[in-house]
Ligand binder design. Structure first.
Ligand SMILES: [Cu+2]
Length: 709
C-alpha cells in the first residue's frame, strides 16, 4: 500500500484553522500520499477552548496527560512520561525552565495556533529525534502558505471563546501575506481563566491561569530552496499548579529558529535547522496560595515563604540528507542540542539571607548522528531500519545555601560538601536501533511488526538534586527526592505488533506492545541518613510527619498493553469513532510492584452527526478504577468514572463557525489518576483537602466564534 494513512481528529470545528477545515469536521480518516508514516496519529485543535496542547493527547491512542495545573500537562505515552517522551515543537527540542516541569514542552503552545500535533503510534522512528524511549510527538505551528505562481494572497483567522467552568476567555488572531516566493505571518493569543469549579460551586484552588503568546515569521522559497525564520514568545502569568508545592508567577521567554531545505532533485534532499531558546521562570508558595505555617519555636506561627527563580538557555542543530538507496530512501542525519539550567530558592519575605542553589551551573548536551532506511523489500513488505548513536554529556557546578536553622545547617553542609567533592561530569554513550516491518495482507489490511532498542540518559534532576526537595520534573507524589550522580542510563527493548484495517466504512487498528526497560529510573528509599534527617527536620518544622526520602535509582521494569482505534461510518452524515487504551507497568526486580502514575484502562467513543454545515457530537469518556498502584511512594488508588460531553457547531457560510457545547453534562465529581493530589494547605474550609486527589472540572458550557478568510 503506497498511500499513507493517518487519522486526523478533532472534537469539533476550529474555524481559525483554514488549512485544516477539511480535517476538523471531527474524526476523519484521511488518506494522504504525503510523507507521513503509516500509523501516525494527528490531532488538530478544536472549538472547546482547550487550554493547552497536551489536552489534545486525550484523543490520541495510547496517550494521556499527567496534569499538575491548567497549563501544565505532561505528555504520557503508554505509561512513559516526562523526558522519556521526545517532543519537538516546530523541530525544536524545547527545554523546561522549571525543575518541576511547570512548563513542559507542549505547555508553551496556545492551542488555536497549532496546525497539528502528531504522535507516532508504536515504536518512534529513529529520525524522530533523540531519547525517544517513550515515543515521539511533533507539534507544528501555523505558518501560512506560499501563494500560487503570479499570485498574491492574504489569509487570516480570528477566534474568540468562553468557557463557564472557570470563567475562561481566549482570543486569537493569525495573519499572513504571501506571494510565490515570500511569506510573512504574525499571530497573537490571550487566554485567562479563574479557579475552575466542580460539583456545583466547589473550586479547585489555585487553578486560575493567564497566558499570552506571540509568533512572527518569514519564509522564502525558490527553485527547490526553502528558508524560514520564526520567533515564538510566551508570557505566562500567575497560574496555579495545585499538584505541586508552588504556583507559577511567570514563565517568559521565547524560541527562535531558522530552517533551510533544498530539494536537490527528485530523489535528493537536504535540510538544516537551528534553534535557540531562552526562558525565565518564577514560582512561589505564597502569591497564589498560603505558605505553610511553622510550628516549632521560636518561629511558631510564622510562615515558611519560598520563591524559586529558574532559567534555561538551550539551542540545537538538526541536519539531514536524504538519497535513494536500493529500493528505498536513506536518510543520514545529525541532531545535537545543549541546555543550561539554574534554579535558586529564596525567601524574600521573612529571611533575605536564606537561599538554596537548587541547581547551579547545570548543563546537559547531546550529540547524535543517525541513519534511517525505509523502503520496499518486495511487493508486500515494507521496512524501516534505523540506527542512532548518542553521546550525552552533563555536569553541575558547586552548590551552596544559607540561612537554614542550625540543625538543618549541619545536615545541609554535609550534603553540600558531598556533592561539591564528587566527580559530577558524566558521559553516556549508547546506540538506538529500530527495525519495523509492514506487510500488506490485502488492499485494506496491513500488519506491522517492530523491534527496537532505545535509550535515555538520566535527567539533570535525577543526577544533580543534591538536597532533598520535590524538584522532580513534575512527579507530584509529595515526596522529597535526592539525586544520584552515578545513575545508569535507561535501555528499553521494545516489541510491537499492530493491525491496520481500513475498509470502506470501517477502520480498526489495534496495537499490542511489550517494553522491557533495563535500569529504569525510579525513586527508592535512600540510604543517605543525612538526607533523611534533613528532610524529617524540615517537614517537622511545618508540622508534617516524616516520609522516606526517595533517591533516584536504577531498577528493571516492563510495560505492556494494547491500544485500539476504531470507527464506523453509518451514512454520509453519521459516524462513530472510538479508542481504547490499556497499559500495565511493573517492576521486575526487587520483589516487583507497580510503576507510578500509570493510566488505568480508558476509552472514548463519539457519535457524530454532520449535515450541511451543522455538526452535533455526543462523546463518552470512561476511565476504569486504578488499583495497580506504586507502593514505594504510597500512590493512592483512584475510582473509575465516565463523562459525557455534547458538542454542536454550525457554519452558516464559508469561514464563519459558531461552536457550543456542554462538557461533563451531569456535573459529576471524578478524579483522574494522573491528576495528582492537592498540595495546598492553610485554606479555610477547602473544597479539596491537602493530600486528596484533585477533581476534574465540573459541568462546562462553552461557546466559540471563529472566522477565517
Ligand atoms: Cu516552577
Amino acid at each position: 500500500l503506497n498511500k499513507k494513512i493517518h487519522i486526523a481528529v478533532s472534537l469539533a470545528l476550529y474555524a481559525s484553522l483554514p488549512a485544516l477545515a477539511e480535517q476538523t469536521q471531527l474524526p476523519t480518516l484521511v488518506i494522504e500520499d504525503n510523507t507521513t508514516r503509516p500509523g501516525t496519529f494527528s490531532a488538530a485543535p478544536d472549538a472547546s477552548g482547550l487550554k493547552d496542547a497536551a489536552s489534545l493527547l486525550n484523543r490520541v491512542p495510547g496517550a494521556n496527560v499527567n496534569r499538575s495545573g491548567p497549563l501544565t500537562g505532561i505528555a504520557q505515552y503508554r505509561g512513559m512520561y516526562g523526558n522519556r517522551v521526545n517532543i519537538s515543537v516546530d523541530g525544536a527540542s524545547i527545554k523546561e525552565a522549571g525543575p518541576n516541569s511547570m512548563d513542559p514542552p507542549l505547555s508553551h503552545l496556545a492551542t488555536p495556533l497549532i496546525e497539528s500535533l502528531q504522535v507516532h503510534r508504536g515504536i518512534a522512528p529513529i529520525s524522530s529525534g533523540m531519547e525517544s524511549i517513550g515515543g515521539s510527538m511533533k507539534a507544528t505551528m501555523k505558518k501560512g502558505e506560499f501563494a500560487d505562481p503570479g499570485e498574491y494572497t492574504t489569509n487570516g483567522s480570528a477566534a474568540l471563546g468562553y468557557s463557564s467552568v472557570e470563567d475562561g476567555r481566549f482570543g486569537s488572531l493569525f495573519l499572513s501575506g504571501a506571494n510565490e516566493h515570500h511569506k510573512i505571518y504574525i499571530s497573537g493569543t490571550s487566554e485567562k481563566g479563574r479557579d475552575y469549579k466542580f460539583k456545583g460551586d466547589k473550586k479547585v484552588f489555585p487553578s486560575r491561569y493567564d497566558r499570552d503568546s506571540f509568533t512572527g515569521g518569514y519564509g522564502y522559497q525558490r527553485d527547490g530552496h526553502e528558508f524560514g525564520l520564526n520567533y515564538s514568545g510566551v508570557d505566562t502569568g500567575h497560574t496555579g499548579t495545585p499538584a505541586l508545592p508552588m504556583d507559577i508567577l511567570f514563565i517568559r521567554g521565547g524560541l527562535a529558529n531558522a530552517d533551510y531545505s533544498w530539494q536537490i532533485d527528485a530523489e535528493h534532499k537536504m535540510s538544516a535547522y537551528f534553534f535557540y531558546q531562552n526562558m525565565r521562570h518564577e514560582m512561589s508558595n505564597f502569591h497564589m496560595r498560603n505558605a505553610p505555617t511553622l510550628v516549632a519555636d521560636p518561629m511558631a506561627g510564622k510562615k515558611r515563604y519560598r520563591k524559586n527563580h529558574a532559567e534555561v538557555e538551550g539551542g540545537g542543530l538538526n541536519l539531514t540528507y536524504t538519497m535513494p538507496l536500493g529500493s528505498g530512501d536513506l536518510m543520514l542525519g545529525f541532531n545535537g542540542d545543549q541546555s543550561y539550567h539554574r534554579s535558586l530558592i529564596t525567601d524574600p519575605i521573612m529571611n533575605s539571607a536564606f537561599f538554596i542553589n537548587n541547581f547551579k551551573g547545570v548543563y546537559r548536551d547531546r550529540y547524535s548522528p543517525f541513519a534511517e532506511w525505509s523502503g520496499k523489500l518486495d511487493d508486500r513488505w515494507n521496512a524501516e531500519l534505523g540506527v542512532r548513536y548518542m553521546h550525552v554529556d552533563s555536569n553541575a557546578g558547586n552548590v551552596d545555601f544559607n540561612g537554614l536553622p542550625s540543625m538543618a545547617t549541619v545536615a545541609a553542609t554535609r550534603l553540600r560538601n558531598q556533592f561539591n567533592n564528587a566527580k559530577r561530569s558524566k558521559q553516556v554513550d549508547d546506540v538506538d536501533l529500530t527495525a519495523i516491518f509492514r506487510y500488506e495482507l490485502s488492499s485494506d489490511m496491513d500488519i506491522e511488526i517492530g523491534f527496537a532498542r532505545k535509550n535515555r540518559a538520566p535527567s539533570y534532576q535525577e543526577r544533580y538534586l543534591w538536597i532533598p526537595l520535590e524538584s522532580t520534573a513534575g512527579l507530584a507524589d509529595g515526596r522529597n527526592y535526592i539525586g544520584n550522580i552515578d545513575l545508569g542510563h535507561e535501555t528499553a527493548y521494545q516489541a510491537e505488533l499492530g493491525f491496520d484495517w481500513h475498509g470502506g466504512d470501517i477502520y480498526f487498528a489495534p496495537r499490542a506492545f511489550y517494553h522491557y526497560v533495563h535500569d529504569y529510573i525510579q525513586g527508592l528509599p535512600t540510604s543517605n541518613q543525612t538526607a533523611q534527617m534533613l528532610s524529617n527536620g524540615m517537614r517537622a518544622m511545618v508540622g508534617q510527619a516524616p516520609t522516606t526520602v526517595l533517591e533516584f535509582s536504577n531498577i528493571n521494569a516492563q510495560l505492556y498493553g494494547v491500544d485500539v482505534e476504531a470507527g464506523y461510518t453509518f451514512t454520509d452524515w453519521l459516524r462513530i469513532d472510538a479508542g481504547l487504551n490499556y497499559v500495565r507497568g511493573e517492576r521486575t526486580d526487587g520483589g516487583g510492584g507497580n510503576l507510578y502514575r500509570i493510566a488505568p484502562l480508558n476509552g472514548r467513543a463519539q457519535l457524530t452527526f454532520e449535515h450541511s454545515g451543522f455538526m452535533a457530537a455526543l462523546e463518552g469518556i470512561f476511565y476504569a478504577r486504578q488499583n495497580q498502584v506504586a507502593t514505594y511512594n504510597n500512590e493512592k488508588e483512584t475510582p473509575g468514572y465516565s463523562i459525557m460531553n455534547v458538542r454542536l457547531s454550525y457554519e452558516p457560510f464559508d469561514g464563519l463557525v459558531m461552536g457550543t457545547g456542554v462538557e461533563n453534562v451531569f456535573d459529576t465529581e471524578h478524579f483522574n489518576h494522573l491528576g495528582g493530589y492537592s498540595r495546598v494547605s492553610n485554606v479555610t474550609s477547602p473544597d479539596v483537602t491537602r493530600g486528596g486527589r484533585i477533581p476534574l472540572p465540573g459541568r462546562n458550557v462553552y461557546a466559540t466564534l471563529s472566522y477565517s478568510w
